[in-house]
Ligand binder design. Structure first.
Ligand SMILES: Cc1cc2nc3c(=O)[nH]c(=O)nc-3n(C[C@H](O)[C@H](O)[C@H](O)COP(=O)(O)O)c2cc1C
Length: 373
C-alpha cells in the first residue's frame, strides 16, 4: 500500500478521523474542579489532525507541480499564503495559474477536514493590504461524516494527472448532471465542448506550441520543472507521455518527452470529453475560486472512475485564449481545459507525483516550529 494511503488509513483507525459527537455548536460549558466556576470553552482541532489534513490537501494539483502555497497554523486556525517565488513565470506570466493551484489546495483542505470530522469555515482575502494572504480557515466540529465525504477524501489519494490517451467516457451523460450539481457556478462556469469543435481545439493547441517555438525561457522552464533531480516538486518522467503516446493526444502541452515504453496501445487516439472552466473576471480572487472548482471537478471525476488531465497552455497566450473563448460562447475568461475520459481497467496506476515535505509547507506556531514565515 502506498505510504500516504497507509497514513490515511491509520488516521482513520486511531480515531483522529472520528465520527463526531452529535453537536450543533462548538462551544462547551466546562466546570473548574476547584472553584466550581463554569466557563465557556471552544473545541479546537487537534494540531496533529490539522497537520494530517494539510498534508492530504497538499496532494492538490498545481501548475508544473510547483506547489506555490504556504500554510500557517495558529490558535486552531490555518492561514493560506501564495508563494510568489514558486511561480513558473515564463509559463504563468501573471501568477494566475499559481493562484488557481492555491484554490485547488484550499478545496482539497475542505474535503480533507470534512473527512476528519471538521467543517472548514473560510474567509477569503481577509487582509485587503496583503493579497498573498489568500484565506484564513477555522474549523467547527461536524455532527456526522457521510460515506460520500470519506469517498471524496479517498479520491484525493487516487487522483492523478493522466497525459495518455483516454477512451470515451461512456457514462458521461449520467456524470455531467451530478458534476454540475456540485460545482459552485458563482466561482466558475463549466462548458462541455461538443466533439464537432475538436479539430479547432487541436488547431488551437498546435498554434500555442508554434507561437512558443522560439521562446527559450519557456522551454528552459519546462526543462527545469521536468528535470529528474528534484525529489519534492516538478513533474517526474513517469508522469509524462512519450513521443508515440503524444502522437495519439491531439490536445496537450508538449513537455520534454519521457522515455516510458508505449503505454495504453489499445486506445488508438484520445477520445476524451473536453471541459472548459471560465471565470467572470480575470482577478486573483477569480483564479482562487476557479481552482476550488477545478478541485471539485477532478475529485468528482475520480470518484466516478474517470481519468482527468488539466490543460492550461491554450489559455496562456491571448490568441489561443480568444479561440477558446469563441468556442465557449464568447464571454468570460477561459482559465483551464480538462480532458476527461476512461482508461482501461487492467493498467496499473502511475506512481503519485512528489510533494514538498510538510515541514516546508506548514508553519505550526502553536507547538514546535517546523517552517518559515
Ligand atoms: C493551474 C494548473 C495548470 C496545469 N496545466 C497543465 C498543462 O497545461 N498540462 C499538463 O499536462 N498538466 C497540467 N497541470 C497538471 C499539473 O502538471 C499536475 O497537477 C502536477 O504535475 C501534479 O501532478 P498530479 O496532478 O498528478 O498530482 C496543471 C495543473 C494546474 C493546477
Amino acid at each position: 500500500m502506498h505510504p500516504r494511503r497507509e497514513q490515511w488509513k491509520r488516521l482513520r483507525e486511531v480515531g483522529d478521523f472520528r465520527p463526531c459527537r452529535p453537536a450543533d455548536t462548538d462551544l462547551w460549558l466546562k466546570q473548574d474542579s476547584g472553584s466550581g466556576v463554569l466557563t465557556m470553552t471552544k473545541t479546537v482541532i487537534d494540531p496533529g489532525v490539522m497537520a494530517s489534513v494539510v498534508e492530504l490537501a497538499c496532494r492538490a494539483p498545481s501548475v508544473h507541480n510547483s506547489q506555490p502555497w504556504h500554510w500557517v497554523a495558529e490558535g486552531g486556525e490555518l492561514r493560506l499564503f501564495f508563494e510568489p517565488h514558486r511561480v513558473p513565470h515564463a509559463t504563468d506570466l501573471t501568477g494566475r495559474e499559481a493562484a488557481i493551484s492555491c484554490g485547488a489546495v484550499l478545496d482539497h483542505l475542505v474535503v480533507a477536514a470534512a473527512a476528519a470530522g471538521w467543517q472548514a469555515n473560510i474567509a477569503r482575502f481577509p487582509n485587503p493590504n496583503d493579497l498573498d494572504h489568500l484565506a484564513t480557515v477555522n474549523f467547527s466540529p461536524m455532527p456526522f461524516i457521510t460515506e460520500a465525504v470519506r469517498a471524496r477524501a479517498d479520491a484525493i489519494v487516487r487522483r492523478r494527472t493522466d497525459r495518455l490517451p483516454f477512451a470515451v467516457p461512456s457514462a458521461f451523460s449520467a456524470f455531467e448532471p451530478v458534476l454540475r450539481s456540485t460545482v459552485d457556478a458563482e466561482k466558475a462556469t463549466l462548458a462541455v465542448l461538443p466533439e464537432s469543435v475538436r479539430p479547432q481545439l487541436a488547431e488551437a493547441s498546435r498554434l500555442t506550441e508554434s507561437l512558443r517555438r522560439y521562446d527559450s525561457s519557456y522551454h528552459a522552464e519546462l526543462q527545469w520543472w521536468t528535470a529528474p533531480f528534484e525529489a519534492s516538486d516538478g513533474i517526474p518522467y513517469s508522469a509524462l507521455a512519450s513521443d508515440s503516446e503524444l502522437d495519439r493526444v491531439d490536445i496537450a502541452r508538449k513537455f520534454p518527452t519521457g522515455d516510458n515504453p508505449d503505454q495504453r496501445p489499445e486506445v488508438d487516439r484520445d477520445h476524451s470529453v473536453i471541459m472548459v472552466l471560465s471565470t467572470y473576471e480575470d482577478s486573483r480572487r477569480a483564479a482562487l475560486g476557479c481552482g476550488e472548482v477545478l478541485s471539485d471537478v477532478l475529485l468528482e471525476a475520480t470518484m466516478a472512475g474517470l481519468a482527468t488531465c488539466t490543460l492550461s497552455h491554450m489559455t496562456e497566450l491571448e490568441d489561443s485564449r480568444n479561440l477558446i473563448r469563441g468556442l465557449t460562447g464568447g464571454s468570460g475568461y477561459p482559465q483551464l481545459l480538462i480532458r476527461i475520459g476512461e482508461v482501461p481497467p487492467s493498467r496499473d496506476q502511475p506512481p503519485p507525483t512528489p510533494r514538498r515535505p510538510l515541514s516546508d509547507v506548514l508553519d505550526s506556531r502553536d507547538a514546535t516550529r517546523v517552517g518559515r514565515r
